[in-house]
Design a protein around this ligand. Structure first.
Ligand SMILES: [Zn+2]
Ligand SMILES: [Zn+2]
Length: 246
């Protein structure tokens, strides 16, 4: 539990640090190629992999993203290490069966693989919230090894929805077709809307692994401008500090 929790609108938000490290060699490229036009030099890009635990005043528990998963998960071909979400949850005093809602910002393997272990849903009593467009686009190992195992618990939404009291999801496509962000009060958990701090200064800087780089840049600019206007707190998946006041 390297990061501290904060409370917004009566909801305690705890960052769960699933992993820290660089991308594996199979997909790693120089930062200047990852973020074209950024001016980044060849210093290694060390990512944190954050999930977020929400505990509201009534004790209801929501998890935002499920991380890298086990050593044989779909993320294992490139993630730096297996995910430690289970230990992070235990350190927060939470058993997986207590989680009522799991929100998957998108179906990339470092955000959703931890939903499943040994071919079964890890969060046996949870609804798994996913955008329809993301479900429609699911392919390959994420479809066969993750989505198909949680299908009975899927709670599919389209666009904006309140998925637990005070917890809202908003469609933010581009990084993936059904990418969504999560709002609780002034806090925005943004999934992979922003990958690197250079994109805060210039949202037009593209990320090589955005599915649709043009749509992602447009969404990033729009959402960041709106969040900045309200001086929201950003909670990113991959920055080293989980919370950032805009
Ligand atoms: Zn971290
Ligand atoms: Zn992603």
């Amino acid at each position: 539990m390297p990061h501290r929790s904060m409370t917004v609108s009566g909801v305690e938000v705890t960052p769960l640090c699933d992993a820290v490290g660089p991308m594996g060699a199979s997909i790693r490229r120089p930062p200047a190629e990852m973020f074209a036009g950024s001016g980044l030099q060849d210093e290694p890009w060390v990512l944190h992999f954050h999930c977020y635990l929400l505990r509201d005043g009534a004790g209801r528990l929501t998890l935002v993203d499920t991380g890298i998963g086990a050593a044989d998960s779909p993320a294992s071909s490139w993630a730096p290490v297996p995910g430690t979400l289970a230990g992070e949850l235990a350190a927060a005093g939470v058993a997986p069966a207590e989680i009522g809602t799991v929100i998957l910002t998108h179906l990339h393997s470092d955000h959703a693989s931890g939903a499943v272990a040994d071919g079964r849903p890890v969060f046996e009593n949870a609804r798994y919230v996913l955008q329809q467009a993301e479900l429609d686009a699911a392919r390959g190992p994420m479809l066969h090894e993750v989505v198909s195992k949680i299908r009975a618990q899927l709670h599919v939404v389209e666009g904006d929805a309140e998925v637990a009291p005070g917890v809202h999801v908003h469609s933010a496509p581009g990084h993936t077709p059904g990418h969504q962000i999560v709002r609780v009060g002034e806090l925005a958990m943004t999934g992979d809307l922003v990958l690197h701090p250079v994109q805060l200064d210039d949202p037009a800087i593209r990320y090589v692994y955005d599915d649709d780089q043009e749509a992602a840049a447009r969404t990033r600019a729009e959402v960041l401008a709106a969040l900045r206007a309200e001086r929201a707190i950003l909670a990113t998946a991959h920055f080293s500090e989980p919370f950032l006041r805009l």
